[in-house]
Design a protein around this ligand. Structure first.
Ligand code: BG6
Length: 495
């Protein structure tokens, strides 16, 4: 489908997300001739700027951050950029916005279709939506759509997520709300569905009969950078697991949807998350691990301890690393552990899902090779070096019967070439054509919070005594290895 005439209004347009991701992503869409001629963007923020200054700022941001865009493409976009300076909490801002939108509809023939992008701190979400609502700016009429994209976090826990959803639902219909999880914008994440549901080779094996366990790793090398204020009240479980890792888990483990319609896919994801076995308080102690990094060296560069970050409490007990063991209580996955881990200040930046298959029933070669053959693995490399690797055993050439592990590799860049992407192109495109498949529904968000609530509760009542407990530049605390060792397993090396 092609994008209809419309205006995007970005709240929080003076922030990092706009210049780093949104504007370059729109530039990429323009480059691919995917945006309609009748199109405009309005940036709204507190900073005082006029249209021209905003255009110049965005133009230089594109030159710096999306240098592959040509002047013609940048100009195309800049001609359609507008700026409105105002406080999100003042009604007067929205009166002026309404006038500007009318004027833009007139000049650019954007037909009253509006996409509001809330790139703001979460405390403004409801305020902005309510102000828009009170002026009728979110009302849909025949032939005119109004949608809102919300950046995370969607709440801080189950209760606040519910309150947020309920408040939004008084002004917007669920089909107008697009909750972004930027992991779903990654090609490799979307490809999980094609890999699973488009290949007769793998589909029959995708269950507890053949799969021993699944590992999901999302490791980052960066520390908290300058986000200590946000991070210290958030932690890795809320920042990464509740959203990104659970979305990966849902994609890997969900049942085939009846179609690729948004709700069919989201029904299956929600059902999957609902089937995660709730952790009992005593299981939280044995099935979860938390860590916090101390000073160390990451890729030859020193990184100071988390607690030494200027915006972090010097006795902070916030986790920068989490590992979990979860079970999915359904027909397909009974008895199969899913091990999840994510952390900051780790040895490598890599996101990878490893599926380990069960061994063959009898190992004949054990006597000759002296070692247990390596199990079959499928590695879905989410980032970087995007690709899929299948590991299996082969006979090592020579007179002696010896087995070794070999790999079949599919590498995105080698096969498809690379085209620059911020990861936001598909998400923006989908929202403008009205496809919500890659966005989170209210119930999915709430069930994700529900799953982690027992962990948050136990952790809060039993603060860690051994923080900090891993060195920056390592693979996390020792307990993370022990989590798998107690099941006679180990984390596969990733990256
Ligand atoms: C964000 C988190 O949602 O995802 C950050 O708030 C994290 O803490 C980021 O760094 C990771 O995203 P990516 O795309 O770099 O893996």
């Amino acid at each position: 489908p092609s994008i209809p005439p419309c205006t995007i209004v970005i709240f929080g347009a003076a922030g990092d997300l706009t210049k780093r991701k949104l504007i370059p992503a729109l530039g990429n869409l323009a480059k691919g001739h995917l945006l309609p001629d009748n199109f405009a963007i309005v940036g709204v923020a507190r900073a005082s700027m006029n249209h021209e200054e905003f255009r110049q700022a965005m133009n230089s941001a594109m030159q710096e951050l999306a240098p592959y865009l040509e002047a013609e493409q940048r100009d195309w976009l800049c001609k359609r950029l507008y700026y409105l300076s105002g406080e999100f909490k003042q009604a007067e801002t929205y009166d002026r916005l309404q006038q500007l939108l009318d004027q833009i509809d007139h000049t650019h023939h954007t037909q009253g279709n509006y996409l509001y992008y809330l790139a703001t701190a979460p405390e403004f979400f409801c305020e902005i939506i309510w102000q828009l609502h009170s002026l009728g700016l979110v009302d849909e009429t025949a032939g005119q759509w109004r949608r809102a994209i919300l950046e995370k976090p969607f709440g801080h826990d189950l209760i606040s997520a519910r309150v947020l959803n309920q408040t939004l639902s008084k002004a917007l219909k669920e089909h107008q709300i697009y909750r972004i999880d930027h992991y779903l914008g990654k090609e490799t994440v979307q490809n999980i569905l094609v890999f699973r549901f488009g290949n007769g080779l793998f589909d029959p094996l995708w269950n507890h009969r053949y799969i021993d366990h699944v590992q999901i790793t999302v490791a980052e090398q960066v520390g908290v950078e300058n986000r200590g204020g946000y991070y210290d009240v958030t932690g890795a479980l809320r920042d990464m697991v509740q959203n990104h890792l659970f979305q990966l888990l849902a994609m890997i483990a969900m049942e085939p949807p009846i179609s690729f319609e948004a709700d069919a896919v989201r029904d299956e994801k929600t059902k999957l998350l609902r089937s995660i076995r709730p952790l009992q308080p005593e299981e939280v102690l044995t099935h979860t691990v938390r860590g916090q990094y101390k000073a160390g060296t990451v890729q030859d560069k020193p990184l100071t301890a988390y607690q030494d970050d200027p915006k972090v409490a010097s006795d902070s007990v916030t986790e920068t690393f989490v590992a979990l063991k979860l079970f999915i209580d359904n027909w397909r996955w009974t008895g199969v552990p899913f091990y999840l881990r994510t952390g900051k200040a780790m040895s490598d930046r890599v996101s990878e899902i490893v599926i380990q298959f069960k061994q063959v029933p009898q190992v004949f070669f054990r006597q000759t090779s002296m070692e247990q053959p390596t199990p079959n693995l499928i590695r879905l490399r989410i980032q970087p070096n995007e690709g899929i690797h299948v590991q299996f055993g082969a006979k090592v050439p020579g007179p002696v019967m010896k087995t070794g592990a070999v790999e079949m590799d599919f590498c995105y860049a080698k096969h498809f070439g690379t085209s620059p992407s911020t990861g936001y192109e598909t998400l923006l495109y989908d929202c403008m054509v009205g496809d919500a498949t890659l966005f989170q529904r209210a119930d999915t968000v709430e069930i994700s919070w529900d799953v982690i609530t027992p962990v948050l509760d136990v952790w809060q009542s039993l603060p860690p005594r051994n923080f900090p407990n891993y060195t920056a530049g390592s693979w996390g605390p020792q307990e993370s290895d022990a989590l798998l060792q107690q099941d006679q397993r180990h984390w596969w090396e990733v990256g």
